[in-house]
Design a protein around this ligand. Structure first.
Ligand SMILES: NC(=O)c1ccc[n+]([C@@H]2O[C@H](COP(=O)([O-])OP(=O)(O)OC[C@H]3O[C@@H](n4cnc5c(N)ncnc54)[C@H](O)[C@@H]3O)[C@@H](O)[C@H]2O)c1
Length: 457
C-alpha cells in the first residue's frame, strides 16, 4: 500500500520520524525563568498516584529524574507511594501544589480517573508545565480539543499514557503497512475482553443511592472535580469509576488508546465520519449510568490521500473479535488486540502498541521479517517515560503528544457516546465538533461542568 500523507508536518509528528525535527522552543527546560542545560534533570510532580499514576512516577524516577512532589486526594489509597518517596513533598490539592511549588516543578504526571484529566492538565499547562497524562486524554471531546489547543499555545511537551506507542512492535507494524506487506487495508477489527465486571456495573445500579460516609482521608469534593455533584458511594471511586458514565469511559474509552493505536498510526486514521453501536442486554434508559456487558461499535473512516476508506469495528465484553476467513486452524483471534485486514493478508496483534504483532499467512512473515524486514522508518525510543523526559530536555515533542493522542482519544469518546444511542448511525463532523444528525448525542460532546469549574484557559 502506498502511503502518501497529505500534511507533512502532521505526518512527521505522527510517524515519529520527525519529532526530532520539530523543536518547540530554543530552550524548553526553564525553571523559575532560568534556562537550564539539556544535562539537567527534570523535576516532576505526580498527581493521582495510588495506582497507575504510581507506576508512572516510578518510570520517571527509573530514568534518573527528580520526583519533587506527590499529590493525591486520598492519603490512604496513596499511602504506599507516599511512603516509597518520603522526600517528595505531599499535597492533596494540585492547585495548591502548583501554587506553592510552581518554580520547582518542570512537569507533571497525571494518573487520576478520566473525568479529572482535563482540568488538571489544563491548570498545569497554563503554568507552563510539561504534561504526561494517562489515557484516555479526557472524558469529553470538548475537553480533548481544549487540551490540544492549550498544549499548542503554551508550547509544552506532552505525552498521552498509551505506553505501547513507544514500543518497537508498533513501529514494526507501521513499517509493514507502509511497505505494503498486507496491501491496502480496508477493515480493522479491534477489541477488548478484559474486566467485564468493572465496565458493566448493572448489578450495582440498585445500590448507588445507599448512604455512605466519606471515608477519612479522602477529599471527595476534589475527587469529583468538575462532575456535577452526586453523594459519595464507594462504588464510584478507585478503579470502579471506569464503569460509570459520569467518571469513566467504559471498555472502549479505557482500551482504544492501547489497542487501536497501531492502526491509527499506520493508517493515519484521524476522525471517523460515522459511528454506530450495537449493544447486548442493555437499555440506555434503565442502565444508562453504566456501560453494556458487550458492545460492537463500527466507525467509518473516509478515504484520504494515499489510502481508501477504512472500517474499524470495535468489539468488547461479551462481543468478541470475529475469526476472519483465511485464518489457519492454529491462528488465534486475540481477546484484546486487533486484526488489520488488507487485500494481500492480515496483521494480528495484542494490546499496548501491537504487542506480539505478526503477519498472516505465515508466508508473509517470511517475506517481511528478519533480513527481509522493511527498513526502519521510525526513530526507536527507549521507553514512553524516557521519550517524554528526553523531549523536555532537548526541546522536541514526544511521540504520543496531545496532537496525536487527542484525536485517538476522540475515537474512543465517540464510541462511548454511540453506546447511549444503540442501533443509530451518528454522523460526525469533526471540524464543527458535532453530530450533524443527532442533537441528543451532541449534548455528550461537551457536557456541563459543576459550578466553580471551568475549561477556560
Ligand atoms: N496506561 C495504562 O496501562 C493504564 C493502566 C491503568 C490505568 N490507566 C489510566 O490511569 C488513570 C488512573 O487509573 P487507576 O486505575 O490508577 O485509577 P485509581 O482510581 O485506582 O487511582 C487514581 C488515583 O488518583 C487519585 N485521585 C483522584 N482524583 C484526584 C484528584 N483530583 N487529584 C489528585 N489525585 C486524585 C486517587 O485517590 C487515586 O490514588 C486512568 O485514566 C486510567 O485510564 C492507564
Amino acid at each position: 500500500m502506498k502511503h502518501v500523507p497529505t500534511n507533512r508536518r502532521r505526518f512527521l509528528c505522527r510517524t515519529g520520524v520527525g519529532v526530532a525535527l520539530l523543536p518547540l522552543a530554543p530552550s524548553i527546560l526553564l525553571r523559575g525563568g532560568e534556562s537550564l542545560p539539556p544535562s539537567a534533570k527534570v523535576n516532576v510532580a505526580g498527581i493521582g498516584v495510588g495506582s497507575q499514576g504510581g507506576s508512572d512516577v516510578d518510570a520517571v524516577v527509573g530514568q534518573g529524574h527528580n520526583l519533587v512532589a506527590l499529590c493525591d486526594v486520598d492519603e490512604k489509597y496513596a499511602a504506599k507511594k507516599f511512603a516509597q518517596y518520603p522526600k517528595a513533598k505531599r499535597f492533596k490539592d494540585y492547585r495548591v501544589m502548583l501554587d506553592r511549588m510552581g518554580r520547582e516543578i518542570d512537569g507533571v504526571v497525571i494518573g487520576t480517573p478520566d473525568h479529572t484529566h482535563a482540568v488538571i492538565a489544563l491548570e498545569a499547562m497554563r503554568r507552563g508545565k510539561h504534561v504526561y497524562c494517562e489515557k484516555p486524554l479526557a472524558h469529553s471531546v470538548q475537553e480533548v480539543r481544549v487540551l490540544m489547543a492549550s498544549a499548542r499555545r503554551h508550547r509544552v511537551v506532552t505525552q498521552l499514557g498509551n505506553q505501547g506507542h513507544s514500543s518497537g512492535s508498533i513501529r514494526r507494524l507501521c513499517e509493514w503497512v507502509w511497505a505494503g506487506a498486507i496491501g491496502p487495508v480496508h477493515t480493522v477489527h479491534a477489541g477488548c475482553d478484559a474486566f467485564p465486571q468493572v465496565y458493566c456495573q448493572q448489578r450495582n445500579l440498585g445500590k448507588v443511592d445507599e448512604h455512605h460516609d466519606v471515608p477519612p482521608g479522602l477529599d471527595y469534593d476534589l475527587w469529583l472535580g468538575p462532575v456535577p455533584f452526586r453523594p459519595y458511594s464507594p462504588l464510584w471511586v478507585h478503579w470502579n469509576w471506569r464503569g460509570w458514565m459520569p467518571f469513566g469511559t467504559g471498555t472502549v474509552g479505557d482500551w482504544v488508546c492501547h489497542v487501536l493505536d497501531p492502526a491509527f498510526w499506520a493508517l493515519d486514521l484521524d476522525a471517523p465520519s460515522t459511528v454506530r453501536a450495537e449493544v447486548t442486554n442493555y437499555d440506555p434508559a434503565r442502565h444508562g449510568l453504566t456501560y453494556p456487558p458487550g458492545a460492537r461499535i463500527t466507525f467509518e473512516f473516509p478515504a484520504k490521500a494515499g489510502r481508501g476508506p477504512v472500517r474499524v469495528v470495535w468489539h468488547d465484553g461479551t462481543t468478541r473479535i470475529p475469526r476472519p476467513a483465511g485464518f489457519a486452524a492454529d491462528d488465534k483471534v486475540p481477546g484484546t488486540g486487533a486484526i488489520l485486514l488488507g487485500e494481500k493478508g492480515m496483521i494480528v496483534h495484542g494490546s499496548h502498541g501491537g504487542g506480539g504483532c505478526h503477519l498472516v499467512p505465515d508466508e508473509l512473515m517470511n517475506q517481511y521479517s528478519g533480513k527481509n524486514a522493511p527498513p526502519e522508518k521510525i526513530v526507536r525510543v527507549k521507553s514512553h517515560a524516557w521519550d517524554w523526559l528526553e523531549a523536555i530536555r532537548t526541546g522536541r515533542q514526544a511521540g504520543s503528544h496531545f496532537g496525536y493522542g487527542g484525536p485517538l482519544t476522540e475515537v474512543a469518546l465517540l464510541g462511548a457516546i454511540a453506546i447511549r444511542f444503540p442501533g443509530q448511525t451518528l454522523a460526525w463532523d469533526a471540524k464543527a465538533m458535532r453530530f450533524t444528525n443527532h442533537e441528543k448525542a451532541n449534548a455528550f460532546v461537551s457536557p456541563p461542568y459543576r459550578d466553580g469549574w471551568t475549561l477556560e484557559t
